[in-house]
Design a protein around this ligand. Structure first.
Ligand code: PNS
Length: 161
């Protein structure tokens, strides 16, 4: 049976760390779905439609990468999609506690869905969407840390603010 993996997250915005994990995931699994969480409690910098557009554009060369959105429990979405695996990136030990809790909670909710942790390339281990937004908003350079399209859209947002 082909293995379908789901890579969930907020992707606000997509970073080169995410891109690295997805690219590795696309080599490992038959198909990988970038599942962007619709979170009514958070005001994102990038609208959902922009996050979807960006991910589709960045991965248009990889036919086994799909972009989708989901609401509610992740395990319910994974089950609905008929996927077997949740992929999460682990950058540093500091990620571990939260990721471990989530993985075990998801296992408690749905025993047969496996969480697979993947490490990004070293140069991306300190990058997070939160830091990208903070650095950019304070005038710092984020070149090389996010896809060019994200950098352009960040500039556009700053110019039209
Ligand atoms: O990119 P993020 O914000 O670290 O992603 C977190 C995400 C989307 C994976 C997590 O918040 C999630 O799965 N949310 C959906 C709701 C859910 O299933 N919560 C229980 C998780 S144990």
């Amino acid at each position: 049976m082909p293995t379908l993996a789901v890579y969930p997250g907020s992707f606000d915005p997509l970073t080169n760390g995410h891109v690295d994990i997805i690219t590795r995931g696309a080599r490992l699994f038959d198909r990988i779905v970038i599942a962007i969480l619709v979170n009514p409690d958070k005001k994102p910098l990038f609208e959902m439609s922009e996050r979807v557009d960006i991910a589709r554009e960045v991965f248009k060369h990889l036919p086994n990468v799909e972009v989708d959105t989901f609401e509610g429990l992740l395990v319910d979405y994974v089950e609905r999609r008929g996927a077997q695996v949740i992929v999460r990136g682990l950058r540093a030990v500091s990620d571990f506690e939260y990721e471990f809790q989530m993985a075990l909670m998801n296992r408690r909710l749905h025993d047969t869905i496996e969480t697979v942790f993947m490490m990004p390339a070293e140069q991306y281990t300190y990058i997070s969407s939160r830091l990208i937004k903070e650095v950019f908003s304070l005038g710092g350079r984020v070149h090389g840390m996010v896809p060019d399209m994200v950098e352009e859209r960040l500039r556009l947002k700053a110019a039209t603010k």
